[in-house]
Design a protein around this ligand. Structure first.
Ligand code: AP5
Length: 216
């Protein structure tokens, strides 16, 4: 399966893509995670991306398309992948279309997780991520067993700097302006599947799993 997960910040793309990827045996390719890792490592890419991310803006298309192109050339994506957070502009979508065409492969589906603005603000305000392994939690909806500590590696949980309310509002506005036009792009290609992203983590996962495991 070659899938793209689309949706506003906090829609649950990362949470659901991670679980579905494990179920399907394909890697989740998350540009946000790749960029945050580059920032943490202090690489040239990280230095370039950091100020955009802090403001809630998008990192320039050429930079992101470059790192995704390198990732899609790795052998572990031969059996499929889930793109989470890419593409995010029409220009990125056109680059992805061209790269897949050149490789002689196609997307199977674009999963659009539809979630209202107030719900995503609530989700992002309560999101905590593990500083060690990057696992995601929510203080109310998906809390760890021990307060403030990761279930998997026991490292401390932290709040992402771009999850502060003012930055979240900016990310939502960027999403509306630059990313939501992708819905029509993929609808026209007959690839878009809209999933109600509201409800419990389990309910949303069941809706996505049903779509992704239907015989084609
Ligand atoms: P990125 O990390 O991709 O952020 P995002 O798209 O804004 O998405 P999020 O990670 O915030 O949310 P999500 O939908 O994955 O939700 P999650 O599953 O965590 O990008 C960050 C930045 O990097 C961008 O702003 C940009 O600067 C840059 N960037 C990245 N890609 C780029 C690109 N292609 N081009 C240019 N720049 C790029 O869930 C959120 C919370 O809700 C969690 O706490 C979770 O536990 C909880 N939750 C999830 N589902 C449910 C549910 N059903 N019920 C209750 N709680 C739930």
């Amino acid at each position: 399966m070659r899938l793209v997960f689309l949706g506003p910040p906090g829609a649950g793309k990362g949470t659901q893509a991670q679980r579905l990827g494990e179920r399907l045996g394909v890697p989740r390719i998350a540009t946000g995670d790749m960029l945050r890792q580059a920032v943490a490592d202090g690489t040239q890419l990280g230095r370039e991306a950091e100020s955009y991310m802090e403001r809630g803006d998008l990192v320039p298309d050429a930079v992101v398309t470059g790192i995704v192109g390198q990732r899609l050339a790795q052998p572990d994506v031969a059996a499929g992948f889930i793109l989470d957070g890419y593409p995010r502009t029409l220009s990125q979508a056109h680059s992805l279309d061209a790269a897949l065409k050149q490789s002689g492969v196609q997307l199977d589906m674009v999963v659009y997780l539809a979630v209202g603005a107030e719900e995503v603000v609530d989700r992002l305000a309560g999101r905590r991520v593990c500083g060690g392994c990057g696992a995601t939690y929510h203080v109310r909806f998906d809390p760890p067993s021990a307060h403030g500590l990761c279930d998997s590696c026991a490292s401390s949980l932290v709040q992402r700097p771009d999850d502060r309310e003012a930055t979240v509002r900016e990310r939502l506005s960027v999403y509306q302006r630059l990313t939501s036009p992708l819905l029509d792009h993929y609808r026209e290609q007959g690839l878009l599947q809209e999933v109600d992203g509201e409800g419990s983590l389990e309910e949303v996962y069941r809706r996505i799993e049903l779509l992704a495991t239907l015989p084609s």
